[in-house]
Design a protein around this ligand. Structure first.
Ligand SMILES: Cc1cc2nc3c(=O)[nH]c(=O)nc-3n(C[C@H](O)[C@H](O)[C@H](O)COP(=O)(O)OP(=O)(O)OC[C@H]3O[C@@H](n4cnc5c(N)ncnc54)[C@H](O)[C@@H]3O)c2cc1C
Length: 292
């Protein structure tokens, strides 16, 4: 049994916001795949729940006329993976969604919950970071938007008030049109495991050189993180195998992996460099680069 004190299912986003304001101990629950684990562990912070699962205002994927893609925070990974807008425009997100848990978890777990839970290993984090996603919130002070990189505040911490709800993400056309994106997750088991290291890359070429490259990792720092120094160092480089080696040589300057029971710092550093090569190899191939 769960030590639940109050549970209210909201009928609309407006009602959910009101309920969260009325009870200063309450938090939102979406798919519950993180919240219920915490509750089971005896957390006192997860005993008053406002259920936002399946609210229509959070359950949509749309492509606007200017190409901007909107993804509702309440979209479960199983729906994200199968949606034609995602498959056709943001395959890196479908790749990441396919790595989350098993089918039962993906049916409940939402992309918004994955980001708001802010685990350093969240699988949707590095793809959304390299896609330059913006997070949109609603709350007691009204609506606000911020780049996802500013939303992550630390391990299991986001820049979000308790009574705020993440409503959706937006990804502008200029962040995916003509880009080639790849996400690879390294796990010690073949399935149903959290990342030892996760790596997302998004690459745009011009005349077989790097016009822009974005690289982000999970479990390589206290929070999901973009590798800005490495990105700047390889701008203009030829799109060939030398690029993969340059990224592998530079990337640790951006990161601070640590020892844990799951993997040593040395092993993580090795995987970080290797995932840089592998994600780039695939991204180069997708972008039409030359690989020896
Ligand atoms: C067996 C198992 C395997 C898993 N495997 C993986 C894995 O491989 N990769 C991975 O990344 N994760 C994994 N997870 C973790 C979890 O499934 C994901 O983090 C999931 O996406 C969380 O989404 P949720 O909707 O279930 O969130 P919930 O548990 O409902 O909520 C999580 C947190 O986010 C907040 N929240 C949720 N939605 C919103 C919103 N719209 N606005 C504001 N706050 C919100 C809640 O208040 C809570 O603090 C696994 C979990 C389990 C139980």
């Amino acid at each position: 049994m769960f030590d639940l004190e109050t549970y209210v299912k909201a009928g609309s986003l407006a009602e959910a916001l009101e309920l969260l304001q009325d009870n200063p101990s309450s938090i939102p629950i979406a798919g519950g795949t993180d919240v219920l684990v915490r509750l089971r562990e005896g957390s006192r912070d997860h005993r008053h729940l406002v259920d936002i699962h399946e609210l229509a205002e959070l359950n949509f994927i749309e492509k606007e006329s200017d190409g901007t893609i909107l993804i509702g925070a309440g979209i479960p990974f199983s729906r994200l993976i199968e949606h034609s807008v995602i498959a056709q425009n943001l395959p890196i997100l479908a790749m990441a969604g396919g790595w989350v848990g098993g089918p039962q978890v993906r049916n409940s777990a939402t992309i918004g919950g994955n980001i708001c839970n802010a685990a350093p290993c969240a699988d949707s984090a590095s793809p959304l970071l390299v896609l330059g996603a913006t997070a949109h919130l609603d709350g007691p002070q009204g609506k606000r938007s911020l780049p996802l990189k500013e939303f992550f505040a630390g391990p299991y911490q986001v820049n979000k008030g308790r009574a705020e709800i993440l409503t959706h993400f937006s990804i502008a056309s200029e962040n995916y049109t003509g880009w080639s994106g790849v996400y690879i997750k390294y796990t010690t088991r073949g399935a149903m495991d959290i990342a030892t290291i996760g790596c997302g890359v998004n690459l745009k070429l011009a005349e077989n050189r790097v016009e822009k490259m974005r690289l982000a990792y999970t479990v390589a720092a206290p929070k999901p993180i973009r590798c800005y120094q490495t990105e700047a160092a390889v701008q203009g480089m030829p799109a060939d195998a030398s690029l993969m080696e340059a990224v592998a040589a530079n990337v640790l300057d951006d990161l601070s992996p640590r020892d844990s029971w799951r993997a040593s710092k040395d092993f993580r550093e090795h995987i970080i460099r290797e995932l840089a090569r592998r994600t780039l190899r695939q991204a180069l191939s997708g972008a039409g680069g030359t690989i020896q």
